[in-house]
Design a protein around this ligand. Structure first.
Ligand code: C5P
Length: 392
């Protein structure tokens, strides 16, 4: 569920710092990118090398010496974070955050981030229950921070009380919650198409397009991870997606047939495929020879898959445009009677065919435009599913 999420893990100077190593290892194995920031005191309890070895990434320890091969400052760490998790959090860091101090790397990252922040305190129970700490935590909660309460038990100082770092599962489910990694699509059947169709005009040649299929695969993968029942109808084989029903097709006609079958009992159809609008009218039985100087191919319209699929399901289309993005996308939205169109400028840098990222505008049937910044196709997918979940 945490695939492709960047977790900035802040470790502070509590004896529970050793537990952060297990947490970092778990998050890395779950597919998250873990960027660790350690305070000076944390480094007295556990070596940065431990975290570096577990995460296969450099560890940031202070403002003035950024890790090698790594252009990371407090601002870039703050920006790349999907979530900032401080575990364990001492009374000191809690006090600093409550009062907006930024006198070391970790407190500066927190002040500079717009990502959700999770604080998992661990300390002596008297320090934890001290009015100052409690009021600081209340202030952080009021500002929207998630506090993962420490557990009651035997503490390192041999006392009994509340102050033990929360269990790994509890911290991980807090991350799932704030990053939206929950099975909120369970029970939803979705059909996604991917890739560019190939329209043959002889046994070896076809008319195709530049679509890579990455967007459709990202949609299928993210829906599956959110618990949906997913059918992916694709012209390209990008990677194995366990848990997704995959149907391979080549041309628009075959894609239409598979989409018809798969959408019989589906709730959502997302047409991310670049379907040919025209196909050769005749397909030669044998390879066409180059006997003439010119060759004329007569083309005919392919079926419009989105328009042919009727019924109660939500229908989402893509509008890959090079100019007049919003205008053209809106025309398609109403022409095909869609619920949502994902408009993307395929000529923009880092966006469109073959790229791993995309910059899109979601336009709803009632004309609402949701402009998203440049983000990975996986993140774009999650924004589309968030919209689906919201209106379902
Ligand atoms: O009409 P245009 O091809 O620009 O519309 C793009 C949207 O329509 C995409 O979602 C594409 O998958 C879908 N489409 C379709 N059938 C076609 C052509 C495009 O469903 N024949």
């Amino acid at each position: 569920m945490l695939r492709e999420k960047t977790v900035v893990l802040g470790i502070t100077g509590s004896i529970a710092a050793y537990k952060a190593a297990e947490l970092a290892s778990y998050l890395t194995q779950a597919g998250a990118k873990v960027e660790t920031v350690m305070t000076e005191a944390a480094q007295r309890f556990i070596s940065p090398l431990t975290l570096q070895s577990l995460n296969h990434r450099s560890v940031a320890c202070d403002m003035w010496t950024p890790p090698e091969n790594f252009d990371i400052t407090h601002v870039s760490l703050a920006q790349i974070a999907d979530v900032v998790l401080i575990a364990p959090a001492t009374a000191n860091i809690i006090a600093k955050l409550a009062h907006g101090l930024a006198d070391d790397l970790l407190s500066s990252v927190v002040l500079a981030t717009q990502a959700p922040v999770i604080v998992a305190p661990a300390m002596n129970s008297i320090m934890y229950l001290n009015q100052a700490t409690q009021e600081n935590l209340a202030l952080l909660k009021k500002r929207g921070y998630t506090i993962v309460e420490p557990e009651v038990g035997r503490l390192a100082c041999n006392e009994q009380g509340q102050g033990r770092l929360a269990a790994l599962d509890t911290i991980v489910s807090a991350i799932d919650r704030v990053t939206g990694c929950v099975e909120d699509m369970a029970g939803l059947k979705v059909v996604v198409t991917a890739g560019g169709t190939r329209e043959a005009f002889d046994p070896v040649r076809f008319i195709g397009n530049r679509s890579s299929g990455k967007m459709g695969y990202a949609l299928a993968e993210s829906a599956m991870q959110r618990g949906a029942e997913v059918t992916l109808i694709t012209t390209t084989e990008l990677k194995a997606l366990s848990g997704v029903q995959v149907r391979y097709v080549e041309n628009a006609e075959q894609m239409l047939e598979e989409v018809k079958k798969a959408t019989e009992d589906a709730a959502v159809l997302v047409m991310a495929a670049a379907v040919a609008d025209y196909r050769p009218k005749k397909v030669a039985q044998s390879k066409i020879k180059k006997t003439k100087d010119t060759l004329l191919l007569e083309l005919e319209r392919t079926p419009d898959i989105l328009s042919e699929i009727k019924g109660k399901l939500l229908r989402i289309g893509f509008a890959a445009e090079t100019d007049d993005l919003v205008h053209n996308a809106k025309r398609k939205l109403s022409g095909k009677k869609l619920d949502l169109i994902v408009a993307n400028d395929v000529s923009a840098q880092g966006s469109g065919f073959g790229a791993d990222s995309n910059k899109v505008i979601l336009i709803t049937r009632d004309g609402k435009e949701i402009e998203l910044p440049l983000m990975s196709k996986y993140e774009v997918s999650n924004k589309i599913w968030d919209w689906v979940i919201n209106i379902k």
